[in-house]
Design a protein around this ligand. Structure first.
Ligand code: GTP
Ligand code: SPV
Ligand code: MN
Length: 602
């Protein structure tokens, strides 16, 4: 196949990779429907993909991964900056020259027996000044199809690359060469000790080897749009954040734009598509995972969603919890590691419907009553099973979701999964305290990363696994952005939907009812309600956060609103210890915030 570009830099890079990886053939992708359909047809024929019931789930497919390859692997993810101090204490660092040597050995001949696909894609609307043009080279047709949904794949990107002579190179291989006649695995990948997700941050280069799953393999997402982009953003004066973006419109038609950072599997997709239970208020989705934000000509902060689809957590997605996510994956969707039912539809735990049985994520026959040797229910879907759905198929997608100018952000929300300590909502006294709140956000682990097992981890701005440089410099960048934005900076809030009582019952209904909390935030921004001062920040005066129609016992509400000074003192001590690792890169403003909090806690 002749290359659809004459750009010398791009051709040289592709030739170099071809020489190293020795695929059987090279295919340049164009993002067309025909390309998607023919790759899917090939994967169905080879047994890698299952075509779902066309009546129930049109144009949709299911995949099962290898049981070892089900999520991001943070201890195989590297920031290979030239200077070690640029990676900082939250990243794994390897010397770039050494890592290139190791990985080159692995890449040598790794695409034997396979096709090498060259995918031109844009993060952000094609041609927008905030967008980035990139090329992913991969030997996985599954990755190509997912990239079709998650990014803008188009030959127009090649024209832009030719015009600017600039692109971000992303190399991916599943790391499983095929000998002549060797039968391929259903889900080829390499063993854990050969997996590398590498970022050469001084040259904006991504090399990924050995995994075919999610953020390890769809390199536009966490690798480019967060780790590489956060680095670029720092130098260029903008922000790349692990945030959903939504528009919340009040009954008078006034629009508020909210960007919220929660760690993986802590509720971004759910909040982004929330069905408001506050009469007259409505949510529209702009993005569900990543926000790129730049100050605009009017001095406000404008956000775009660089992605084109949702790579959403399947379990828990139900009509009662997230009907708009369910509707988004009614058609044109790729499902990974869910149950395929007997009538070739999909199912997962907490989908809100019964399932008679089918094939589980490990590709074994499965019924919902199956138990393991310890008598525990065998899950049909993996806890980190995902749907890849087009944003355009979301019924509440905002008309401005592809507006290259972005939307002006009024409110930042930080949070995490905390069964104790953190109240439902509190507001920062000012932007700098907001930065402190975001920087000391903590969460209990989820299934979105394979190897994160400690009971509580600090996860600044939900970015711990995604900051492409020193986390202390990253916190300073937040303070600097606050200074640039001045009184136009978004107002900052902290939420926790995940409080439980001593019997393990949720104290807050969550999901659609989170709109009640968002409305209180908007009322605060508009100056419609006062707030009461507590040592940790500003909190709702009883009655201002509407609980109409909810049956929350008074003692549960008191618990949700409680500021336990003893617990917060403990959290502050933990934060001090955590931030101690940042050494002299810890911004002075963080130290000031800690001292001020300590004084307020008494
Ligand atoms: P990533 O895609 O990994 O970045 O995750 P995410 O932040 O988009 O999380 P998502 O919205 O997919 O939610 C993850 C899990 O949290 C699902 O099982 C949800 O059902 C659950 N969840 C989301 N919002 C709420 C809530 O308000 N209350 C409760 N109890 N659970 C929630
Ligand atoms: C996350 O883990 O935050 C995700 C899924 O959004 S992945 O694309 O695998 O990073
Ligand atoms: Mn995410």
């Amino acid at each position: 196949m002749s290359a659809p570009t004459k750009n010398a830099k791009l051709l040289a890079w592709v030739a170099e990779i071809e020489k190293m990886c020795t695929p059987d053939q090279v295919v340049w992708c164009n993002g067309s429907t025909e390309e998607y359909d023919s790759l899917m047809a090939e994967m169905v024929a080879s047994g890698m993909a299952i075509k779902l019931n066309e009546q129930k789930r049109p144009n949709s497919f299911a995949f099962n991964s290898d049981p070892s390859d089900v999520a991001r692997v943070e201890n195989r993810t590297y920031i290979a900056s030239v200077k070690k101090e640029d990676a900082g204490p939250t990243n794994n660092w390897i010397d770039p020259a050494e890592l290139k040597k190791t990985m080159t050995e692995l890449y040598k001949g790794c695409m034997k027996g396979r096709t090498m696909y060259v995918i031109p894609f844009s993060m952000g609307p094609i041609g927008s000044p905030i967008s980035k043009n990139a090329i992913e080279i991969t030997d996985s047709p599954y990755v190509v199809c997912n990239m079709h949904i998650m990014t803008r794949v188009s030959t127009k990107v090649l024209e832009l690359i030719d015009a600017t002579d600039e692109f971000i190179p992303c190399l991916h291989s599943v790391g499983a060469p095929l000998e002549p006649g060797q039968k391929d695995a259903r889900w080829p990948c390499a063993p854990i000790e050969k997996k590398y997700i590498a970022h050469f941050t001084d040259e904006n280069l991504i090399w990924s080897f050995g995994s075919g799953y999610g953020g390890n393999a769809l390199l536009g997402k966490k690798c480019l749009a967060l780790r590489i982009a956060s680095n670029m953003a720092r130098h260029e004066g903008w922000m790349a954040e692990h945030m959903l973006i939504l528009r919340f419109t009040n009954p008078q038609g006034k629009k508020f734009h909210i960007a919220a950072a929660f760690p993986s599997a802590c509720g971004k997709t759910n909040l982004a598509m929330l069905q408001s239970t506050v009469p007259g208020w409505k949510v529209e989705t702009i993005g569900d995972d990543i926000a790129w934000m730049k100050p605009g000509a009017d001095g406000r902060l404008y956000a775009i969603n660089p992605e084109a689809g949702f790579f959403g957590v399947a379990p828990g997605t139900a009509e009662y919890s997230n009907p708009m996510a369910l509707a988004s994956c009614a058609k044109d969707t790729i499902f990974t590691n869910v149950v395929v039912t007997e009538d070739k539809d999909v199912w997962w735990e907490d989908m809100g419907v019964e399932c008679a049985g089918g094939t589980d994520w490990k590709n074994n026959p499965w019924t919902p009553d199956m138990k393991d040797a310890d008598g525990k229910k065998i899950k049909g879907a993996h806890p980190n099973s995902r749907f890849t759905a087009r944003a355009a198929n979301c019924p509440v997608i905002c008309e401005d979701w592809e507006n290259p100018a972005g939307v002006p952000i009024d409110i930042f929300v930080f949070g995490g999964r905390r069964t104790t300590t953190m109240p439902l909502v509190h507001e920062a006294f000012d932007f700098n305290q907001g930065v402190y709140m975001g920087a000391t956000a903590a969460s209990e682990p989820t299934a979105a990363a394979l190897d994160v097992k400690q009971s509580l981890r600090f996860d600044p701005f939900a970015m711990t696994p995604f900051i492409g440089y020193h986390a202390g410099d990253y916190m300073q960048h937040w303070f600097d952005m606050g200074e640039t934005l001045g009184n136009k900076a978004p107002r900052c809030f902290y939420v926790n939907w995940f409080r439980k009582d001593e019997n393990g019952k949720w104290l807050w209904p969550g999901f659609g009812d989170n709109s009640r909390v968002l409305k209180w935030m908007c009322d605060r921004v508009e100056g419609k309600v006062e707030a009461r001062e507590t040592p940790i920040g500003l909190m709702p005066i009883d009655g201002d956060l509407t609980l109409d129609g909810l049956n929350i016992p008074a003692e549960d509400w008191a618990e949700l609103m409680k500021v336990d000074v003893t617990l917060f003192k403990k959290t502050l001590e933990d934060a001090k210890e955590y931030l101690g690792k940042f050494g002299d890169k810890l911004p002075a403003k963080m130290t000031e915030q800690m001292a001020a909090l300590e004084a307020r806690l008494g």
